[in-house]
Design a protein around this ligand. Structure first.
Ligand SMILES: Nc1ncnc2c1ncn2[C@@H]1O[C@H](COP(=O)(O)OP(=O)(O)OP(=O)(O)O)[C@@H](O)[C@H]1O
Length: 617
């Protein structure tokens, strides 16, 4: 069965009132990425390319308007120096009061219009900000459930997701640059053009000014994006370290654990400070040169303008207007120091979001599994190999078969590859060679959603912070309350849940509280069986339960009328004894297969002892 990707209301575009639809975000297609995960990876699109990709989605919408408003504001802002020029000339020439009033009114009109455009621009930027947030949230909600499990082999998933907070930086800096940045650049450009019209000397002055500003931005800012990214990586390492202390509180409670936590944080903080220092050196040199330029250029213009006034090549009004224009341009440019820092932060933030977007996704191709009409699926594992490190396979030429309705136990010493085999069957990992067939169809040819509608896996404890009901149903809206109740009943949990004040509506913590660990284990079983899978794979899911709970569950799981075939990894004699066949794994391959006669556990124990392998409990 293919699960529909239901549009989620919270992720609808807040203004366009249409659901977010998968589009390219931050430079990656929505499925099939091949990044490596981890922090800044040094490959993939550059932050600038990613930013342009993100903004490109906005261009057709409001970004054009934002720029148009900024152009309007830039042009209208010139009204002040030009009006002052006119007033000074009017006073100098002793003209009429009436002209002064008209000038004042024109100036007011221009400034009022500029203010209106600025308000509209602010509103548009607000919309762009909201959409950025929704886009990134929607994109990650789409991607994260599809991220390949091996992306988390060497990185901590929740810690990686901290990078989502960089969307705030993107929002804030994008707003700052769209509002101030565009106005500064346009205002400066237009002002300098006006200046150039006053006198050819002033054109020369313009050019020198522009050259100096370019030097400050490009030459003095070399390496700033890299140092900003390094600073950001160091910042996440500090956050990740602190998060870890909260994640494993017991570990840090050992004698000396608190000091160990301080030492580790101290080391990470030092790395952050040194990265920040490197970045600040670049910022500082840009700021110092910008301030110096402001002092030099303002006084040089006064000297040059005064000289031109004395030579009667410039009017007094033009001199005052020119000083005002240059003062504004330079003030904005000095402010640009802050903008430049914001720009570098933006580049680092985009790079961090890119780390999330680059997490490799599971394949999305394949066929839908066809109904076979047979109760219980048939599984054939043919000569598969797999290694976390391609040079060291941990599953080697493994063959295994489960007939429809059969109950198969997989046992073997710790590290023999049992859990890895479970991952391979569930399509979490792809064998490097060999095939896995479900009902005669290579699982590689099946859509993963379709495979996982047929196969359910119980492995570890994964609780979502939601009600017991949702923890069992997991968004499968076609499952009714009755289905969930039945699954809880089969898992031997219904009575205990009913005793909770909020029953199935009890909200669980991420660790399962208020359920105990044993109850949470049974909850995981309820989640697996509620959809009536045709192949149920349990990786040690029964081993940690008390005897009563385990026996009740075994009644359900081994019931011949149940709709599934069963593959169960276990270290328990009692569980293994219930199975039709027992496969013993050693060193990644099938060492032996036994069909124990009822009650002949001794056969298996004896064999294990002889082979010097694990013992069951
Ligand atoms: N994420 C991983 N990255 C690298 N190596 C891994 C990873 N997971 C498991 N391994 C290695 O693969 C081998 C098989 O591990 P697996 O978890 O499949 O064993 P297992 O039989 O399930 O062990 P246990 O009974 O202790 O759960 C082990 O040597 C282990 O060190």
């Amino acid at each position: 069965m293919v699960l529909p990707l239901a549009p989620c209301n919270a992720l609808r575009d807040p203004d366009a009132d249409e659901p977010y639809r998968g589009r390219e975000l931050l430079g990656r297609e929505r499925a099939g990425g091949h990044g490596s995960g981890g922090d800044h990876h040094g490959h993939g699109p550059s932050p600038l390319k990613r930013l342009l990709g993100l903004l490109r989605l906005e261009v057709s919408r409001d970004l054009g308007l934002v720029v148009a408003y900024a152009v309007g504001v830039g042009i209208l802002s010139l009204a002040t120096p030009l009006a002052i020029e006119a007033v000074v000339t009017t006073v100098a020439l002793n003209l009429l009061l009436q002209q002064l009033i008209v000038l004042t009114l024109i100036l007011f009109g221009c400034l009022a219009l500029a203010a209106l455009l600025r308000v509209l621009q602010t509103y548009m930027v607000e919309l762009v900000q909201r959409r950025l947030f929704v886009r990134v949230a929607a994109d990650l909600a789409y991607r994260l459930p599809r991220v390949r499990i091996d992306a988390y082999d060497r990185s901590n998933g929740p810690e990686l997701v901290n990078r989502f907070f960089d969307v705030m930086t993107v929002q804030k800096v994008a707003a700052l640059l769209l509002l101030d940045g565009i106005s500064v650049v346009l205002g400066a450009g237009i002002g300098l053009v006006v200046l150039a019209f006053y006198h050819p000397f002033l054109l020369g002055f313009d050019l020198v000014l522009l050259l100096s500003m370019t030097l400050i931005i490009w030459l003095l800012g070399r390496g700033a994006v890299t140092t900003s990214i390094q600073e950001s990586i160091a910042k996440y390492q500090v956050a990740g370290g602190l998060e870890e202390i909260a994640r494993v509180p017991l570990a840090y409670k050992v004698d000396g654990g608190a000091d160990f936590a301080v030492d580790r944080t101290d080391a990470a903080t030092r790395r952050y400070l040194s990265a920040r220092r490197r970045h600040f050196v670049i910022l500082m040199r840009q700021i110092v040169f910008a301030l110096g330029l402001q002092a030099v250029a303002s006084s040089a213009l006064l000297g040059l303008g005064g000289y031109l006034v004395i030579r009667e090549q410039l009017t007094l009004g033009q001199l005052v207007a020119a000083e005002l224009i240059v003062a504004t341009v330079l003030m904005s440019f000095t402010k640009l120091g802050k903008h430049l820092e914001a720009w570098y932060d933006l580049m680092a933030a985009i790079d961090k979001l890119g780390v999330l977007v680059d997490l490799p996704l599971e394949r999305s191709d394949g066929e839908v599994h066809r109904e076979t009409g047979v109760v219980g699926a048939a599984l054939k594992v043919k000569d598969i190999s797999y290694g976390y490190d391609p040079h060291h396979p941990v599953v080697r030429h493994l063959d295994l078969e489960i007939k429809p309705g059969e109950r198969l136990a997989v046992i073997g010493p710790s590290g023999s590859g049992k859990s890895t085999l479970v991952d391979l069957i569930y399509g979490l990992r792809q064998p490097t060679s060999g095939t896995i067939e479900l009902d005669g169809v290579n699982t590689r040819d099946l859509r993963l959603e379709s495979l996982r509608a047929e196969v359910a896996v119980v492995k570890g404890l994964e609780v979502i912070e939601d009600t017991i009901l949702e923890n069992v149903r997991m968004g499968r809206l076609w499952l009714s309350l009755v289905d969930v109740r039945q699954a809880l009943e089969s898992a031997g949990l219904l009575e205990e849940v009913a005793r909770l004040p909020d029953g199935m509506q009890t909200v669980l913590s991420s660790k399962g509280a208020p359920l105990s660990v044993g109850q949470t284990r049974r909850l995981m079983l309820a989640r697996a069986i509620v959809g009536d899978p045709r192949l149920l794979v349990i990786d040690e899911g029964l081993d940690g339960l008390d005897l009563d709970a385990r026996r009740r569950l075994m009644d359900t799981l081994f019931d011949r009328s149940a709709p599934w075939s069963l593959l169960i990894v276990s270290h328990s004699q009692e569980v293994v004894a219930q199975c039709d066949r027992v496969v013993i794994l050693a060193d990644g391959h099938v060492e032996h297969t036994l069909e124990p006669a009822p009650g002949r556990m001794r056969d298996i124990e004896g064999w294990l002892q002889e082979a010097g392998l694990c013992r069951l409990n």
